[in-house]
Ligand binder design. Structure first.
Ligand SMILES: Nc1nc2c(ncn2[C@@H]2O[C@H](COP(=O)(O)OP(=O)(O)O)[C@@H](O)[C@H]2O)c(=O)[nH]1
Ligand SMILES: Nc1ncnc2c1ncn2[C@@H]1O[C@H](COP(=O)(O)OP(=O)(O)O)[C@@H](O)[C@H]1O
Length: 205
């Protein structure tokens, strides 16, 4: 993969954007802020076998299914990509994404590293954005501070986080999540203004 410098892709091809990063970095927070402040961007709703957290709504944050339901989607080829993460499976419903892209709607997938790699292979024109924490210590603090997982699950997510952090160079660019609104502004600029990519380096602070 490696870094790609923009400027040689038609703008419509950039409308699919992938946001990945270690657990606890703030992906869900960024997505919630986009949903609130930038309704013109369509956020893909993933399917997962994970149990809902308090406040998570079926069809809004995820489609919550059991293992058999997930198997069926895989067998029917209805997922654009899917991966196992910390003991649960997650996938992107294919048709909804293709419909939005066909309609020219800027589309964002918030998915894990394995999923990002699959999208890179199947849709090489997608823009892959890595969300990084200001520091490793801050990442641990955010993950523990969220208080939604027991310590063994946190440990699994931190282990996965180390792997994700080591893959940052596979992404087209990095946004450091110091300020959520600032990250959203930059993301929107990238998704709606193709020139934004040509002027971005693969590390933005
Ligand atoms: N491959 C893939 N990963 C996903 C999908 N949806 C969510 N994820 C990722 O699964 C991981 C765990 O998500 P989640 O359980 O919601 O925890 P959180 O990201 O720590 O809040 C995160 O890295 C998500 O980006 C999907 O459709 N496909
Ligand atoms: N820029 C930020 N500064 C401080 N705390 C943040 C920031 N972004 C997110 N958080 C907090 O960090 C924790 C993890 O964020 P979350 O969005 O759940 O991460 P992810 O979806 O990447 O696992 C939450 O408690 C959230 O409120």
């Amino acid at each position: 993969m490696g870094m790609r410098v923009g400027g040689f892709l038609p703008s419509s091809d950039r409308r699919l954007t992938v946001l990945s990063g270690p657990s606890g970095v703030g992906k869900s927070t960024v997505v919630a802020e986009l949903r609130r402040a930038h309704p013109a961007v369509w956020l893909s709703v993933s399917v997962t076998t994970r149990r809902p957290r308090p406040g998570e709504v079926h069809g809004v944050h995820y489609f919550f299914v059991d293992g058999e339901g997930f198997d069926r989607l895989v067998e029917r080829g209805e997922l654009l990509e899917w991966a196992e993460f910390a003991g649960n499976r997650y996938g992107t419903p294919r048709q909804a994404v293709l419909d939005k892209l066909a309609a020219g709607v800027p589309t964002l997938l918030e998915i894990d590293l394995e999923g990002a790699r699959q999208v890179r292979r199947s849709m090489p024109e997608a823009l892959l954005v890595f969300l990084a924490p200001p520091s490793w210590e801050e990442l641990e603090k955010r993950l523990r501070g969220r208080g939604t997982e027991p310590e063994d699950v946190i440990a699994r997510r931190l282990a996965a986080g180390r792997v994700e952090m080591a893959a940052e160079h596979e992404f087209d660019l990095t946004l450091v999540n110091t300020d959520v609104k600032d990250v959203c502004r930059r993301l929107i600029a990238l998704m709606t203004d193709p020139q934004g990519v040509t002027t971005s380096t693969n590390r933005e602070v």
